[in-house]
Design a binder for this molecule. Sequence first.
Ligand code: GLN
Length: 236
Amino acid sequence: MRDSVVRIGLLLPEVLGTYGDTGNAQVLCQRLRWRGYEAEVVPAGLGEPVPSTVDLYLLGGGEDGAQALAAAHLRKHWRALSRGAVVFGVCAGLQVLGTRFRGLDGVDHDGLGLLDVTTEPGERRAVAELVATSSGLLPEPLTGFENHLGVSKLGADSEPLGQVVRGTGNGDGTEGAVTGRVVGTYLHGPALARNPALADLLLSWTAGHPLGPLEVPEVDRLRVERLAATRRRRTP
Ligand code: GLN
């Protein structure tokens, strides 16, 4: 966080905002404000340059056509695409951060190559609550909902974010992908509202140091309620 105002870059909210993931920006801002930082959301739409002076980048989910448009735009305009930036992408955002994704029409699109992930359409759309254990980065399970057809395969340069307990995730029992400080996930919710530890992990990477804990009982209650709901749904 280079100066007094932390700037959260929200990339292409008009095409990658279909599933409510723009809420992740509000969550990060609010968690910073509760800790006494000033924070602002910096939306960057189609036709605008991607700002190079933000502290963290967010990409959300969207439909296939919108996703292809987003990938083409970002490949052209994200000049500051830096290996060191903290980046968080959800669903279409994850797929765009990968190296390549295939649409339903069979056409392959180049991604940004920040994650070692390729995506192809699966056989069935995954629409469900998704629960995953975190693979070491986080102290608690991940919760959210998923809504995607894409099946993602990780290469050697990305680690899964977690292992699926309920739902589909990447499609092979893993969920999401991490390379350095770039994270992709299939979790909507918004994911950072449902998973405060993940929000704080991204913020601590941005700050360069761990952030103090926050007590937010509403968020704790939401997590308990959503995790219990997935268990109930599975009970015959
Ligand atoms: N179009 C992509 C898929 O179905 C992404 C969907 C989404 O972002 N929720 O895999």
